[in-house]
Ligand binder design. Structure first.
Ligand SMILES: [Zn+2]
Length: 158
């Protein structure tokens, strides 16, 4: 698999520690390891689609890029990721509320404080993924968010 710079998306040769284009140190982790599909989209579509792409990660606003006739394949990439993330976050919040209610009913508020922090950690992670999505959208990159390769199998096979 290609080693790609997290900041600018340029390829980092195997022997290099830093990106030859922007100088950012190469890091290999669950965020940087995801596949980058930017090369498979038209640069003109990327340049013109930034605003719609950012909307993809702002909750229900994902419906705008999803339904807009102006959406190019590149915009649809972000809209699809944003939609999956929005659904995942909504489902998570519903489950979180039910679990919170049950914990409070069964064990009282004292126990809930500790378990509740765990539940909020999961929510913060989902919000973090949305922020990451906005960053990629602003930078004009089609990079998969962690966990998304499952939904982009056809696009990500080499
Ligand atoms: Zn770079």
């Amino acid at each position: 698999m290609k080693r790609l710079c997290f900041r600018c998306g340029a390829e980092v040769p195997a022997a290099e520690e830093k990106c030859p284009v922007c100088g950012k140190k190469y890091r290999d982790n669950f965020i940087t390891r995801t596949r980058e599909l930017t090369d498979s989209y038209d640069p003109a579509d990327i340049g013109g689609g930034r605003f719609l792409c950012v909307l993809s990660y702002l909750g229900a606003l994902v419906l705008i890029p999803l339904l807009s006739i102006k959406s190019t394949d590149y915009v649809k990439f972000h809209a699809k990721q944003g939609l999956i993330l929005t659904i995942a976050t909504t489902v998570y919040v519903v489950i979180m509320n039910v679990v919170s209610y049950l914990i409070r009913a069964a064990y009282g508020n004292y126990v809930f404080v500790f378990l509740g922090l765990g539940l909020y950690a999961g929510l913060f992670y989902l919000v973090f993924l949305s922020v990451l999505g906005v960053i990629y959208a602003v930078r004009g990159r089609a990079k998969l968010l962690p966990g998304m390769s499952l939904f982009f199998r056809a696009d990500t096979e080499e």
